[in-house]
Write a protein that binds this ligand. Sequence first.
Ligand SMILES: [Zn+2]
Length: 637
Amino acid sequence: MALSALVLPHTDWLGWLGHRGDGQLATARERVAAAVALPPGDPEILQLFNQASIALRNAGSVAGLLSSVHPDAAVIERAEALEIEVQRFSTDLYLDPAVYAAISSVAADGLDADARRLQAKVAQSFRRSGVDRDESVRQRVRELEATLTELGQTFSRNIRDGRSETRVPATALDGLPDDFVQSHPADPDGLVTITTEYPDVMPFLAFATDAAARRAVAHTFFNIAWPGNDAVLADLLRVRHELATLLGYATWADYDAEVKMIGQGAAIAEFIDTVASDAQASGERELGVLRARAERDGESVIDVSNWRYYHELIKREQYGVDATQVRRYFDFGKVHDGLLDITARLFGLRFTPVDAQQARTWHPDVTSYDVAYAEGGDPIGRIHLDLHPRERKYNHAAQFELVAGVREVQLPEGVLVCNFPRGLMDHRDVVTLFHEFGHLIHHIVGGAQRWVRFSGVATEWDFVEAPSQLLEEWAWDASVLRRFATDDQGTPIPRDLVAAMKAADEFGKSFLARTQMFYAALAYTFHVERPADRTERMLQLYRRYSLVAPLPDTHFFAGFGHLEGYTSGYYTYMWSLVIAKDLFSAFDRNDLLAPEVAQRYRDRVLRPGGSRDAADLVESFLARPYNTDAFAAWLNS
Ligand SMILES: [Zn+2]
């Protein structure tokens, strides 16, 4: 029987959201109670737990989406309240020994492989919450979790509130774009103020020709939240370590890595050293190019205050890429249609527009499509593209879930939430659109699972970026781009322009990889060692991994916000990229639209969602285990 898409309201979103949220939470509560009431060992317990999880997920999905995209403040407020209710429900559920006992009572040998995997994963989540420990430990876990939430908020708040300023002479604006100069008028003393906000500091470090002013701005920037966050970080590292050891792990990195592809903490250190070594020779070569250019200006050291400046200069002087020339070829409407055309061909899909009256989304900007396999059959999901900025809308780019797909229960629905201009786009935006669409396709194609836990992008966290990073490659291919990237006369983007764009983009990749490995090493090492002198340890790691020197008396780690979100796992983005490059090695670079490889990738990597380990999915596509060869070759190409 064909499933239908979720019916959204015509007008009364507030009433609809209240009804959907309360209804799904009530269902979740009722299914959990029913599961616990069954005789121990009854396999139906897993079905009921799945139904409870579906309901909880449904409530969480609409709450997360609508709090980020709905234009009405009252709906946002209700959605945020629902998010907190769902979070609280989930925390209580995973600390409930009765539910854990019911799930564990089902004999694994009576289950098929999929159900056995589900039972193991669910039980693991309960144990990682501390459900099987005695009451005193569970109580301590609750306290530590609460302390961690508070410390995490303090760490992030100190960074947000740590905004400071550097005053530089007005002449220091030499080299910056006109709009930047106009928005930074000199005060009566002839000085201009550069804040530590990204839109201020990044262009300044990239374009200002005044080296002393760049050093002053960088010095302020690399002391954000110093010294305040030094002690907060020490506490965070200590509490994370206590929580991990209380739950039976040697280190926080081991606890965190257990549910990722990388598996254990020590493997993070190995991975960082492998990438650092792969990037050694080519990184040194790139550094040499930067240094040679800097020496012409009388500067002998590439440090955090000048590498961006010389990086940009090399791109302009040696690659000759003019961003304003590139933009002419990327009209939003053509890019939108081109993306759908290309991904339909590539993945063997059919996108059928759903008219606005029928889709009834939260804003008239949103376009909706039913997705089906090209060979026919019922729709396998629905996508919604919400791509332009507006007030109160989420201000980055991400894929959100409206519905998690469950086979024979509900169709997956995903939403791209981005903030692109309505006219001409930067090529960077086009790459972002392809990236996010990679997540969306994964959500839909992987959304026919029996167990909601495995639906869509539910793979290991350090794998989840690989399908989206892979799809970025199509946005750099001249033959792909020429299908839709045409100027207002209809002339396709020249192949040599695309080649120059790509060459400019790739200059510095090894050098930047070394910087990324410095960040990753700092995140990992701090969690494992909990060093007493964090500044000294940071300086050692700078020397070992980064090709860029720090400025004296700066403390980068105090403002490194990802120590809160990623904790010890900052390596994950590079890990996904390594796998994306390995996946890409199976495609024919001269014919990226060849359907056979792409559809094998679709069926073997995307379609199973989280129902198998990512390493196994990749192996079944590549017909060998994944490795770092393609990544190393790319770094050194
Ligand atoms: Zn992504």
